[in-house]
Design a protein around this ligand. Structure first.
Ligand SMILES: Nc1nc2c(c(=O)[nH]1)N[C@H]1C(S)=C(S)[C@@H](COP(=O)(O)OP(=O)(O)OC[C@H]3O[C@@H](n4cnc5c(=O)[nH]c(N)nc54)[C@H](O)[C@@H]3O)O[C@H]1N2
Ligand SMILES: Nc1nc2c(c(=O)[nH]1)N[C@H]1C(S)=C(S)[C@@H](COP(=O)(O)OP(=O)(O)OC[C@H]3O[C@@H](n4cnc5c(=O)[nH]c(N)nc54)[C@H](O)[C@@H]3O)O[C@H]1N2
Ligand SMILES: [Mo]
Length: 791
């Protein structure tokens, strides 16, 4: 029998075909559900609904591979929790599961009425917006808030220290004027076969787990591709043994948050042993001497002592990175999730610089999207388009007085400042909240009880989501149901290739985030939308493309073709003058070189070279506290089943990970009398929550790693439970309003805690009861307050 080629079997070049009882639609999965990637996907549609999905074997990004969450898309889209209609709730019913279905027109009327009432009293700046992590929904909220509501107040939820991506981009922005991404061949369509491509000799995996997380437009299995096809070796630095650590050439178990010291010690080894790239340093780096002197304070022995690792491993890792190039370094959030993260990144990216690992195949390269539209549409982007009055702009919260922000490192204000403003009403009340793609009390906010109590004060809250959440039940007055990826027209511009998707199905009255932008915009600022000729979702996309630096096609043109655009990538842009606005050779910094001594940091009064600072609470900075809370806590290691707080209502996901898990070493478990699989309280001076202990040798002794994002859709939706959102919420233990220097980074990883068995006696008051009674700070568990009568 003649065998068909893969191209024939999978209809190369076609966006849609019939197969058996299905219509197969070729597309790219962005969102929902949440994810940082956009894999090639085939939707098998039947009777207008998704029957199942498969990875597209012909798309060279993921080559047919998909993760569990995509394979389970039907449960995500058609499960019980999916929202179908706009719904409102009377303010006095907040906390109760009492929702009234309304039409889109009624929803818009309500928005307009509340907007007029509240801005009439307080001005447009009283409106503020929240967005979550980069799905593809980052530009919508800022667009609505700025261009429809004409307020400058946009935030990444109540995320303390904007602890995702911003610490690392602040660091790399200052030292090299861009964000360098690891090159796994993804920048060219021919991938590993591209004639210029070279596999990394070494891949540095420092506090990330890309096989699971696929973070930041990086497909984790590219690492195993490089290991299999190119023999790449791994250096892994992580307090937990994960799959990659178990295959590493050098594995360094590390005390959470001691990363900066170890990174500086690796630099010391490379410099002292003369292993650095002398030519690259001479031509392309600035301030090597000062940098080397700063790092020299950290010898491998000194770093190993406080990081609870082995000095010889630090040396072995440093030598491998320096001599077995090119070295690629996929990003990680672990180093963003701490107050000293910017500086730790400085030493890590500085190490890549002194070993010459930039802008060449298989190293890290400065990535941008092919049209240069990223600033407008990527992480919390969105332009202002001149719609905000200058005097309103002046009143922006969490921006002024933060030099890195004022210098344009981010378009969002500091979430901690937003929290303080909510709590005090100063400098003015924030009364109308617009949330898109975030579930703050379940996940993004540090100190979840404090966040809940502050957000409760808001007069009118609108949430756009695809399913019911604890945040909606606790705080929303109006809910707008959003469309799934295959129910919307959209564009993906988070690095290359540009990808466009089209609407192929509908679900009840759900609308895409783009459609919502346009509806609200036309209602609230009709002149602007008329002037720009934005009448629907696709007009909005086309308009945004025209704002790009070098747009080459339209959404319609992409849709008429393959749906994607993958131009040839150019390496060595520092040598061809493509990294600087003035077209000169070099990097986008004041000196044109990679600034190992950062003139920008110096100008802002920050340390111009890396420094290591102990976390505020640690075995070394607060030894007395460490006696009471003798374990180092890290949180939020990603798992296969869940993207943050999503998927908890999907039976297939709950079957493999039914409960929140805290990992603990057997020696610690024995010391604190904890058995495997037992429910335990995790507690510190800020709050407590309960999870199930997983006792395992892979967890570094003295440290525990707890799940994030947990709530229980099967539990009571009403106050004080809100689906049990506070019971296992690890952010009960994470401090707010104390971000790191630079205003970036907060202790989501690397603080202190204790762990003890749950008993009936110590479980009488639930964290939910405490939260709705004012939070952990007013009522403590330590015997001061009797349980309320209904406990
Ligand atoms: N499935 C899934 N994928 C996701 C997400 C999700 O929720 N679920 N979230 C997305 C988001 S927003 C992000 S930011 C990325 C994050 O993506 P990653 O950074 O890759 O992922 P994490 O699993 O958070 O952290 C990786 C590793 O860091 C280790 N670690 C913890 N604390 C420390 C520390 O202090 N130092 C060091 N060296 N290691 C430490 C953990 O043990 C874990 O193995 O993932 C994205 N992808
Ligand atoms: N303790 C601890 N806390 C953490 C972390 C940690 O590691 N430890 N990680 C932090 C990090 S790095 C990040 S980035 C944040 C992420 O925090 P968030 O991005 O706020 O993540 P979620 O809590 O899952 O909330 C996202 C909501 O958006 C909805 N949604 C999904 N897709 C769409 C869409 O296309 N449109 C709309 N309108 N809604 C959509 C989902 O249903 C969900 O309710 O969490 C942070 N919180
Ligand atoms: Mo993140």
């Amino acid at each position: 029998m003649e065998r068909k080629s893969l191209e024939e079997l999978y209809h190369k070049g076609e966006l849609q075909w019939e197969e058996d009882e299905f219509t197969v639609c070729r597309s790219f999965q962005f969102t929902p559900p949440g994810c940082h990637n956009s894999c090639g996907i085939l939707y098998y549609m039947k009777d207008g609904k998704l029957d199942h999905a498969e990875g597209d074997p012909l798309f060279p990004y993921n080559n047919g591979r998909l993760c569990a969450r995509c394979l389970n898309l039907t449960e995500a889209a058609y499960g019980e929790g999916r929202l179908k209609y706009p719904m409102k709730r009377a303010k006095e019913d907040r906390g109760k599961d009492k929702w009234e279905r309304i039409s889109w027109d009624e929803a818009l009327d309500l928005i307009e009425e509340k907007y007029n009432e509240l801005t009439g009293k307080y001005g447009p700046e009283t409106v503020f917006g929240f967005v979550g992590t980069g799905r593809n929904v980052c530009f919508h909220m800022p667009w609505v808030v700025r261009n429809a509501f004409r307020s400058p107040n946009v935030f990444c939820s109540l995320f303390s220290g904007d602890s995702c991506a911003l610490p690392r981009s602040a660091s790399t922005g200052a030292i090299m004027g861009g964000l360098p991404e690891p090159d796994m061949g993804q920048f060219n369509e021919s991938r590993y076969d591209h004639p210029q491509y070279e596999f990394p000799g070494t891949i540095l995996i420092w506090g990330s787990n890309p096989l699971i997380s696929n973070a930041d437009a990086f497909f984790g299995a590219w690492i195993t591709d490089c290991m299999q096809k190119g023999g790449s070796k791994l250096v892994v630095v992580d307090p937990r043994v994960n799959w990659l650590a178990s295959r590493a050439e050098v594995y360094i178990p590390i005390r959470p948050a001691a990363d900066g010291a170890v990174a500086m010690a690796m630099n010391t080894v490379i410099i002292e042993e003369g292993l650095y790239d002398h030519e690259f340093v001479e031509y392309w780096c600035y301030g090597f001497e000062e940098y080397a002197a700063a790092c020299a304070e950290w010898t491998p022995e000194r770093a190993a002592e406080i990081a609870w690792c082995d000095a010889e491993d630090i040396r072995r890792a440093a030598r491998l990175i320096a001599t077995n190039g090119p070295c690629a370094f996929p990003f990680a959030v672990s180093n963003d999730h701490k107050r000293n993260g910017v500086s730790a990144y400085f030493a890590m990216f500085g190490m890549l610089a002194i070993t010459g690992n930039y802008e060449k195949p298989g190293s890290n390269v400065i990535a941008s999207d092919p049209w240069g539209v990223g600033v407008l549409m990527a992480y919390a982007g969105g332009s202002t388009d001149g719609q905000i009055a200058p005097e309103t702009m002046e009143k922006r919260i969490g921006y002024k007085g933060y030099p890195m922000r004022e210098a344009g490192m981010t378009t969002v204000g500091l979430g901690d400042e937003c929290l303080r403003t909510l709590e005090t009403g100063k400098p003015y009340p924030l009364t109308m909240c617009w949330m898109t793609g975030t579930n703050p009390i379940a996940n993004m906010s540090a100190d979840a009880p404090r966040a809940y109590n502050a957000l409760k004060k808001v007069e009118f809250t609108v949430v756009c989501d695809y399913h019911m959440t604890p945040t909606i039940q606790a705080l929303a007055d109006l809910v707008l149901p959003v469309a799934f990826n295959w129910e919307r027209n959209t564009l993906r511009l988070w690095y290359t290739p540009v990808r466009a998707t089209r609407k192929i199905s509908e679900y009840y009255e759900c609308k895409s985030d783009e459609e919502i932008c346009v509806l609200v915009g036309q209602r609230m600022n009709p002149e602007f939308f008329k002037e720009k000729n934005i009448n629907d979702d696709v007009d909005l996309l086309e308009y945004i493309i025209t704002c790009a630096d070098h747009p080459t096609s339209t959404w319609h043109e992409l849709m008429d073709d393959t749906g994607y655009l993958w131009p040839e990538y150019e390496y060595g842009k520092h040598e061809s003058g493509k990294l600087r606005p003035d077209g000169a050779v070099g990097f986008g910094t004041p000196t044109g070189r990679i600034e190992l001594y950062s003139t920008l940091f110096a100008q802002f009064g920050f340390s111009p070279v890396p420094t290591y600072q102990e976390p505020d609470e640690s075995p070394y900075s607060t030894p007395e506290l460490f006696e009471e809370y003798p374990l180092v806590l890290t949180t939020g290691a990603r798992n296969w089943e869940y993207f943050h707080s999503e998927q908890r209502d999907q039976p297939h996901m709950r079957a493999t990970r039914p409960d929140p898990i805290v990992e603990i070493n057997p020696k610690d478990a024995a010391k604190y009398g904890i058995e495997n699989n037992e429910w335990v309280w995790i507690e510190n001076g800020i709050g407590r929550c309960r999870q199930r202990a997983w006792v395992n040798d892979g967890m570094l002794e003295g440290c525990v790693s707890a799940d994030h994002g947990w709530w229980f859709p099967e539990q009571d939706p009403e106050e004080p439970s809100f689906y049990g959102v506070f019971e296992s919420n690890i952010n009960n233990l994470v401090e707010q309003c104390n971000p790191g220097a630079y205003s970036f980074g907060a202790p989501y990883r690397g603080t202190l805690c204790k762990v003890y068995k749950c008993t009936d006696e110590n479980s009488r008051i639930t964290p939910g009861q405490q939260t709705v009674n004012g939070g952990f700070h007013e009522l403590t568990y330590r015997g001061l307050v009797e349980p309320p009568a209904n406990a």
